[in-house]
Design a protein around this ligand. Structure first.
Ligand SMILES: C[S@@+](CC[C@H](N)C(=O)[O-])C[C@H]1O[C@@H](n2cnc3c(N)ncnc32)[C@H](O)[C@@H]1O
Length: 495
């Protein structure tokens, strides 16, 4: 019989709201390996059992939480949320405040290393008209002390810019040594970071310092217990100003506590408004609706009409339910795969997923559809689904280097550096010119303090990129061109 981790899991839930049901105990054991090493235990299981029996000191708990919290983040993650902030939220706030001198306040709750907070500051700043008397104040809060310190430094590797808009590096960062980019002082001055536990209401209120116009709480709740999520959302409700906007990740729209807030239709991402302003929100373009998860249950009449007219599928949403059960014909199948690929390259993950749904319903083991669905799910943070689909796609074709690379990225997000490194090496075994795999090994080595190895991998990445035409799309890079990536890396100081 396997060891009982319940006391330790209860401790994690009480201390930080972290959710480790029995089915995640293998993950827990794996994630605890480095913490056990750091705390001087023979192995993870011994550490878990000992700390479950004798509660850890605050310092020990800090080590445990550092290793258990998944700090994966990057600039302009889920770009639609920043577009919505810039194009709707800020102009609306300015209109409501009638041109008076004002401060727009943003809280990034679970900010990790600060990428989200700085992205928000940049998006708000870009939305301000020239000569605006508005100031911007962004606070980033995270449980993990080390993440907060990194956020304060504001220095990042190119890894944090994957998928970021092209102008970001050149306009908002300064080179800071090889593959290092530092946020410009003008944006850094708008952002402060604090260590805070989101399940501690008083701490969050203290950090927010009054009410926030905008709260980001993305890719945090998926790691917390239902009780912790309810507590966090109840606190965020008190912190958010009336008419304030809450961004969660598209994977988190189903959290029950979100019923406090009014979901926004048509934002292209997961946006909610504080419920007190329900009527007001309804008058603006953002009309209150049921959560996005249920939105797709429409009968899909438009698609049915187009099919009846013999038209090719368009980029409209694919309906689910009745439509999904029909088996797509072969030619339509290829066409939809091409469309889904295009949607993924434009960052429209949810649309890609919806596009693929009928295909997977018809042929659940189709490796092409599984490979694309794995990408869509990974990019939406649905990591377990992504892992399952990726595993199935790899079973069908283990020689697919891009799929091996995706497997690596999924495991990186899951906090499994060992498996990620192994998959990156498999990627390179299959395709020695896979530049992003070298970048991945560089970032992993750097994060583990193996700086010489990191430099070696980085040089290999540069060489692989130089071997490509500048306008070639980089494998695994979601449409990024070799020249762009090379310029991004070269501006860090290396030739
Ligand atoms: C995956 S990162 C998300 C970062 C960013 N919000 C994003 O979407 O890119 C999750 C972050 O939540 C933080 N976190 C988890 N539980 C927390 C808690 N109880 N209080 C504060 N932060 C927490 C972790 O330390 C981690 O940095």
């Amino acid at each position: 019989m396997s060891a009982d981790f319940t006391p330790f899991c209860d401790l994690l839930a009480r201390a930080a709201g972290l959710h480790y049901p029995r089915e995640k105990w293998d993950d827990l054991r794996r994630q605890m390996r480095p913490a056990a090493r750091e705390l001087g235990y023979a192995d993870a299981e011994q550490c878990i059992l000992a700390l479950g029996e004798t509660p850890p000191s605050p310092a020990q708990l800090g080590v445990v939480l550092h290793h258990l919290t998944i700090g994966e983040s990057y600039f302009f993650r889920d770009p639609a949320s920043f577009t919505y902030l810039q194009q709707h939220v800020v102009p609306d706030l300015l209109r409501r405040r009638g041109g008076a001198a004002t401060t727009i306040t943003v809280l990034s709750a679970g900010c990790s290393q600060g990428q989200e907070a700085y992205s928000a500051a940049i998006a708000v700043q870009r939305a301000l008209p020239a000569g605006s008397r508005c100031t911007v104040s962004v606070v980033g809060a995270d449980l993990d002390e080390a993440a907060v310190r990194t956020a304060e430094r504001g220095v990042y590797t190119s890894w944090s810019f994957r998928g970021a808009p092209e102008w970001l590096l050149s306009q908002y960062f300064l080179p800071h040594g090889p593959d290092r980019y530092e946020i410009i002082p003008a944006i850094r001055a708008l952002v402060t970071f604090r260590r805070a536990n989101l399940i501690d209401a008083a701490a969050v209120r203290g950090v927010a310092g009054g009410s926030a116009d905008v709260v980001f709480c993305r890719n945090v709740m998926l790691y917390l217990t239902p009780e912790a999520n309810d507590r966090v959302l109840s606190t965020l409700e008190t912190v958010l100003a009336d008419d304030g906007t809450l961004f969660v990740s598209p994977t988190e729209t189903g959290v029950p506590g979100l019923s406090r807030f009014c979901p926004v239709r048509g934002a292209g991402t997961a946006v909610f408004i504080k419920k007190a302003s329900f009527a007001e929100a309804g008058r603006q373009a953002a009309s209150p609706v049921r959560p996005a998860r249920r939105r797709a249950a429409s009968p899909g009449a438009a698609v049915a009409r187009r099919r009846a007219a013999g038209a090719a599928p368009s980029s409209a949403r694919v309906p689910v339910d009745g439509e999904r059960r029909r088996r797509p014909r072969g030619d339509a199948f290829d066409e939809v795969l091409t469309e889904a690929r295009g949607l993924l390259e434009r960052g429209e993950y949810r649309e890609a997923e919806e596009r693929l749904a009928p295909l997977l319903a018809a042929q659940p083991d189709h490796s092409g559809a599984l490979a694309l669905a794995a990408r869509a799910w990974a990019d939406r943070g649905l990591l377990q689904k992504a892992r399952d689909a990726c595993r199935a796609a790899l079973r069908a074709d283990p020689t697919d280097a891009e799929q091996q690379y995706l497997w690596a990225m999924i495991h990186l997000e899951l906090g499994d550096a060992e498996e990620a490194a192994a998959a990156l090496r498999r990627t390179l075994y299959l395709d020695g010119g896979f530049a992003l795999a070298y970048c991945g090994l560089d970032a992993l080595a750097r994060s583990q303090g193996r700086l010489e190895e990191a430099s070696r991998q980085r040089a290999r990445a540069v060489a692989a990129l130089r071997a490509l035409p500048a306008d070639a799309v980089v494998r695994g890079g979601a449409g990024t061109r070799a020249g762009e990536l090379l310029a991004m890396m070269a501006s860090g100081g290396e030739a």
